[in-house]
Design a binder for this molecule. Sequence first.
Ligand SMILES: *[C@@H]1O[C@H](CO)[C@@H](O)[C@H](O)[C@H]1NC(C)=O
Ligand SMILES: *[C@@H]1O[C@H](CO)[C@@H](O)[C@H](O)[C@H]1NC(C)=O
Ligand SMILES: *[C@@H]1O[C@H](CO)[C@@H](O)[C@H](O)[C@H]1NC(C)=O
Ligand SMILES: *[C@@H]1O[C@H](CO)[C@@H](O)[C@H](O)[C@H]1NC(C)=O
Ligand SMILES: *[C@@H]1O[C@H](CO)[C@@H](O)[C@H](O)[C@H]1NC(C)=O
Ligand SMILES: *[C@@H]1O[C@H](CO)[C@@H](O)[C@H](O)[C@H]1NC(C)=O
Ligand SMILES: *[C@@H]1O[C@H](CO)[C@@H](O)[C@H](O)[C@H]1NC(C)=O
Ligand SMILES: *[C@@H]1O[C@H](CO)[C@@H](O)[C@H](O)[C@H]1NC(C)=O
Length: 686
Amino acid sequence: MRSIGLLALTVSLSEFAFAYNHGHRDIYHDHSVNLRKRNIRYDGQIEDSYDFVIVGGGTAGLAIAARLTEDSNTTVLVLEAGDTGDAVADRINTPVMAYYSGLPGTSYDWAYTTVTQPNAGGRNLPWPRGKVLGGSSAMNGMYHIRPSKLEVDAWSSLIGSDKWKWDSMFETMKESETFTPPSSDIQAEAGIQFVASSRGTNGPVHATYPGFTLPVVGNWTQTLGNIGVAVNDDAYNGDTYGAFIATSSINPSNWTRSYARSAYIDSLPLRANLAILPNATVTRIIFDSSNSNNLTATGVEWAAYSGAAKQTVSVKKEVILAGGAVGSPHVLMLSGVGPKDVLQAAGVAVQVDLPGVGQHLQDHISTAVTFKTTTDTAASLHAAGQNSPAFLSFINSATAYVNITDLLGDFAPDFKTQVASQLSTSLVPSTDATVVKGYETIYNTTLNTFLTSPVGQVEILLALTNSGTDSNVLQIQAALQHPFSQGRVYITSNDPFAQPAIDPQYLSHNADTVILREGLKLARKIAGTAPLSAVIGDEVTPGPSVSTDDDWDSWLAKNIGTEFHPSCSCAMLPLEQGGVVDENLKVYGLGNVRVADASVFPVSFAAHLQAPTYGLAEQAAKIIRATYNGVGWPSASGNSTSTSTSSSSSASPTQNRQEDHNGALSLSSSSALALAAAGFLGSLLL
Ligand SMILES: *[C@@H]1O[C@H](CO)[C@@H](O)[C@H](O)[C@H]1NC(C)=O
Ligand SMILES: *[C@@H]1O[C@H](CO)[C@@H](O)[C@H](O)[C@H]1NC(C)=O
Ligand SMILES: *[C@@H]1O[C@H](CO)[C@@H](O)[C@H](O)[C@H]1NC(C)=O
Ligand SMILES: *[C@@H]1O[C@H](CO)[C@@H](O)[C@H](O)[C@H]1NC(C)=O
Ligand SMILES: *[C@@H]1O[C@H](CO)[C@@H](O)[C@H](O)[C@H]1NC(C)=O
Ligand SMILES: *[C@@H]1O[C@H](CO)[C@@H](O)[C@H](O)[C@H]1NC(C)=O
Ligand SMILES: *[C@@H]1O[C@H](CO)[C@@H](O)[C@H](O)[C@H]1NC(C)=O
Ligand SMILES: *[C@@H]1O[C@H](CO)[C@@H](O)[C@H](O)[C@H]1NC(C)=O
């Protein structure tokens, strides 16, 4: 959210430092935990070759690594550019830190900036992305929200594959999580509604509600209901629209952030077949170019830092790119796989001219209306010194995905007609015919399947964590979910340590301005509606001087920023539509390279991206294990069937699963109890 102060290091830091120095037992320096037994290679030692090399130890990469190494005969190396995060464990683990002193702006942030955005006030906008084990799941706002069935099924039909239908993603998103209901007090105070059967029961990532809430949160759904927005009592079952209190990726046993590392890796015992190497920036994939129509990756090159000696590791089966919407297309282009003109201009030898790499980039943009408030906010209580573990788990969770009639009323059909007439290939940042076709395909899906459907066009969020000078304010944020503007990521240098150029082409299509403006007007209307209105004071920003549509349009252009949800830059589309990967996540033209992260979604979802990214990662692991190890492919009914797409594969579905599968990856409540018994929980957060 925009309210995460990118540069905000507040007074609270010293407060926390004090707290942690006086009683926090640091597990990473605890002699009872033998670091050598962990799968993270603190000593830098790795083998010469692995079956799979995963590029990026982030949200998707660590999930895939954990699942693939359930097969004891499969070896996996994860190369992560960032450090372990151990030195900032408290800032990662304590949920509230995401707002007051998280990782954005530190060395654990890639800290990208966009190229100048002419339609967004001529600004170069910050794009934080996690550069640490766990990736952006280590520094995000922890919203755990799923896309809608309509959106996932649209993706599935764009690629013509059941593997990406809602039914499949619903299963894998459930497999990735363990849901814990709120206490009855929290449920009543925050007005939480949920249906437990829509949620996972045994997965690595914890999804629950913070251990502390505020009466104003309990005003949320009722206020939205009073202006005609549907209130959703089951937002995790394929209908992610209307107003609800979202779950967050928090472990309720000790109120810590549940992210890719803590969920999928730290819970594992030593696996001799898994190595995770931090501080390893991948500089390129190495190919055997003897078959130029089907290049085979034979290794991966990396370096510890710019100027350090390049090192290589051999790959026996596949390279799996999981660097995210910026990192994955960046590595492909550095390796000579991408648009020929871009590669040549940057001085990279072309291996495969693949015009779609980096194209079709989409992002959610957001900004907020800020009000004085007379009620307690998390920020005001925080400033007043509240610091119980439950309080420190408070993060924002009141949300609403509002549809086009919520925004435009009776004008919605006319608006759709207008947008239909505004399909213009002059807005495509490529002249390649396949990329243009992909742009049109995505545009037409956004228009015909999403725009006048029940799915959200704008996400509206209540932010109670303003970390600026005045903590007695609250914000109602609005974020565009289905942009008509598409941009691109491209390289301008063959130096792997130079940032790629990021051009989301924000607001290049005028429909985005109209939809977001109407979302901001709705935010103002929400503040004026009971019961919320009872605690709302003067509007601080933008204030009464902004009232006409023109006022809003020029104000929002100068104030929007990323909602931190870039996707679609290695889109899963047919090759003739500028696609980068096929239904099995394999890069066109390469024999043994896949991309498995949010860059492959071909359309922007009305959702925060971590939950669908975990679902995608779980599905990627199933595809890969079915290909090589005869581990069963689940049928649509959820039953396991043995597949043999590889000639060498003849094992029974479960024969080669490692013993530690269930115990290791699910939350072991006995270990939580053991920690509590040792007084660990009590000392952790105070
Ligand atoms: C990674 O590099 C940083 C900076 O050089 C260093 O402080 C840190 O110890 C390294 N981490 C590991 C796991 O080697
Ligand atoms: C709305 O919030 C106020 C305090 O901010 C609280 O007194 C009231 O109970 C809340 N209303 C509902 C319906 O939860
Ligand atoms: C998108 O829709 C427009 C208008 O209906 C049509 O002319 C165009 O061919 C469509 N493009 C694709 C790729 O479907
Ligand atoms: C949008 O949601 C409202 C209720 O919030 C509903 O009445 C309306 O039909 C929905 N619009 C569309 C296009 O589905
Ligand atoms: C392409 O190469 C991969 C190995 O890199 C191999 O498994 C696959 O069968 C090859 N495909 C074709 C069509 O030759
Ligand atoms: C799937 O499993 C269920 C329960 O185990 C069983 O009743 C059903 O017949 C199975 N379906 C298929 C197609 O095997
Ligand atoms: C793992 O074991 C299975 C079953 O024995 C076999 O099919 C597969 O080829 C093995 N994979 C590796 C990487 O050796
Ligand atoms: C929180 O508890 C889980 C067990 O439920 C444990 O794995 C994790 O290490 C704990 N987090 C911290 C920071 O101690």
